[in-house]
Design a protein around this ligand. Structure first.
Ligand SMILES: NC(=O)c1ccc[n+]([C@@H]2O[C@H](COP(=O)([O-])OP(=O)(O)OC[C@H]3O[C@@H](n4cnc5c(N)ncnc54)[C@H](OP(=O)(O)O)[C@@H]3O)[C@@H](O)[C@H]2O)c1
Length: 230
């Protein structure tokens, strides 16, 4: 049986990724920071005949990640895929020069350090070969002009992109691929109602990377199954 863990899976693109993986026969583990929201997501998946386990994990809290990894042991699952989907985009994210460090600290803690910690904590549960997919964003690219939108969020995704490249190199010998993906601008709580893409479309490339993409494709940044510039 193939198994996958998806973080921030109680709603949005993460929930849809879980659903699509479940439809492909994966045993899915939905991780999130709120037990009630996880239970609601699990019930919704059950109603669609998808067998999902829940795992309480706040990606912005190192202790919570450690506890989640300990609890994961009891599930006796080996992971074919880990999808690091959880992220925050804070409404106060307007300038890196704000008086308070809170906004960029919280953003980078969840969107970058958190992902690194999750990968470290769950690596012992991964099969070889296996696939790690990091949900990034075009706002983290270094090759396009900036427009000043959400600078802490963009910086966190740039950090995540480099984490992706570095870990791809380190994990090549373990036969674990590590890739980043931009889902496009997607209609979710984060993307807003004006976004151009459906959630189904936003989940398509991450699901492909988590299931079918050749293991030799690693350390790359994707959108719509195509490699894009960092
Ligand atoms: N939507 C877009 O247009 C777009 C564009 C580019 C990239 N992305 C990326 O795609 C991914 C999914 O985005 P989305 O649009 O689906 O966002 P979303 O609707 O806001 O969902 C984000 C998910 O992450 C979870 N989360 C946030 N902080 C967490 C934490 N500390 N610990 C655990 N879970 C946490 C949320 O849980 P709660 O319910 O508890 O808050 C929620 O389940 C993100 O990485 C985002 O950066 C999205």
């Amino acid at each position: 049986m193939r198994a996958a863990l998806v973080t921030g899976a109680n709603k949005g693109i993460g929930f849809e990724i879980t659903k699509q993986l479940g439809q492909r026969g994966f045993k899915v583990v939905i991780a999130g920071r709120n037990a009630n929201r996880l239970e609601e997501a699990q019930a919704s998946l059950y109603s669609q005949k998808i067998d999902a386990e829940t795992l309480l994990m706040d990606v912005g809290n190192a202790d919570s990640i450690k506890t989640a990894a300990q609890n994961f042991k009891a599930l006796k699952l080996e992971l074919d895929a880990l999808v690091n989907n959880a992220a925050v985009l804070l409404k106060e994210d307007k300038s890196l020069l704000q008086d308070s460090e809170n906004v960029w600290q919280r953003t980078i803690e969840v969107n970058a350090y958190g992902i690194l910690r999750v990968i470290k904590a769950f690596l012992p549960f991964m099969k070889k070969p296996a696939r790690i997919v990091n949900m990034s964003s075009s706002s983290g690219t270094m090759s396009e002009p900036l427009d000043g939108w959400a600078p802490a969020y963009g910086s966190s995704k740039t950090f995540l992109n480099m984490i992706t490249r570095q870990l791809a190199l380190e994990l090549q010998k373990e036969k674990i691929s590590v890739n980043a993906v931009c889902p496009g601008w997607v209609k979710t709580d984060m993307g807003g109602v004006g976004a151009s893409r459906s959630i189904e479309k936003g989940a398509e490339t991450p699901v492909w990377l988590a299931t079918e993409a050749p293991f030799t494709l690693t350390g790359k940044f994707f959108r719509d199954r195509q490699v894009i510039n960092w």
